[in-house]
Design a protein around this ligand. Structure first.
Ligand code: NCD
Length: 310
């Protein structure tokens, strides 16, 4: 439970209570409405965000940067490990301590699980985890919940299917933590070798979430209110042949959607490779580009909240 966000690190989906989520959603909604009405903000004027991305990113980095700029703040960034002193062997801790001298908030993506927590241990400013290897991606999960609220209007009572790489996918690892706060039915759909780690599944069951596991995407699509599709995380495989075998296991296309439950919503953290055919983009329940946009509002909320300005 976070309660007062000021000065807090955002590292893991398990940090949040339902009240915390309500607070983030409320502030994000306020920013969404403000921007829609042409409002400009100077809430974070004079403040600097350091965006440290030691792994590829399009949406997470740019939406955080956009969020900071829309709040009137400034941004400094490292866009790849190769151009920073990480390439010289500098530790995450030393990097975090250094950047603490330059900025007011750190957003960090790094290939190692636990790296954001490691940075947070020594940083003197809030650290926001933008993805730590196959670990967690809490800000994506927050914008996912915001999107579900906007698209379906409620979380309690809905059937959710998470599809794809549930073993390495950090977005789903964080999302299930947030979903477990609600009364939802959860179906985990993956090839046998990419199942969600057993400790995560038993943790969900202990929290009272109704979880079922299946390899059958069609069955899931036919009775889910929400299907959340993920990319097979190629970069986490030590054996490329194994990836090639699994690639293309699940594809959602218009033909499949003919069997879908009425009103189904389809989400994806993106980038997609081949999991959702582009013909689906014009389907009314295809929410993934609206989901992208929501990232800015939610990240504006988080930046303002950890800075004690909301
Ligand atoms: C995801 C990530 O980086 O974990 N992307 C994102 O942040 N929206 C998903 C992915 O890379 O498959």
């Amino acid at each position: 439970m976070i309660e007062n966000f000021k000065g807090k690190h955002i590292l893991h989906g398990n940090q949040f209570s339902k009240e915390d989520l309500d607070k983030v959603m409320h502030v994000a909604d306020e920013f969404e409405k403000g921007l829609k009405n042409g409002k400009t903000y100077d809430l974070m004027r004079g403040k600097v965000l350091a965006a440290l991305f030691f792994e590829p990113s399009t949406r997470t980095r740019l939406s955080f940067e956009s969020a900071m700029l829309r709040l009137g703040g400034g941004v400094i960034s490292v866009a790849s490990a190769a151009t920073s002193s990480a390439a010289k062997g500098e530790s995450v801790g030393d990097t975090a301590l250094t950047v603490s001298q330059y900025a007011d908030v750190i957003v960090m993506r790094h290939p190692q699980i636990g790296s954001a927590a490691e940075a947070a241990e020594v940083a003197t400013i809030p650290v926001i985890n933008a993805g730590d290897g196959a670990g967690q991606h809490p800000t994506q999960a927050l914008l996912d919940v915001y999107t579900i609220k906007k698209e379906i209007d409620k979380l309690d009572g809905i059937q959710v299917s998470l599809v794809g790489d549930l073993k390495y996918g950090r977005t789903v690892h964080a999302l299930v933590e947030l979903l477990s706060l609600y009364d939802i039915g959860l179906r985990l759909v993956s090839p046998a070798s990419l199942k969600m780690p057993a400790d995560m599944v038993s943790n969900l069951k202990e929290k009272g979430v109704e979880v079922t596991e299946t390899e059958d995407l069609l069955e899931a699509v036919s009775d889910s209110d929400l299907v959340y599709v993920t990319r097979i995380q190629k970069e986490r495989f030590s054996d490329v042949a194994e990836y090639e075998k699994l690639k293309g296991s699940y594809v959602i296309d218009n033909a499949m959607l003919q069997k879908a439950k009425e009103g189904i919503v389809i989400m994806h953290p993106l980038p997609r490779v081949d999991e959702i055919a582009t013909e689906v983009d014009s389907y009314k329940g295809a929410a993934y580009f609206r989901q992208v946009r929501n990232g800015v509002f939610v990240r504006m909320a988080l930046l303002a909240m950890v800075s004690g300005l909301k």
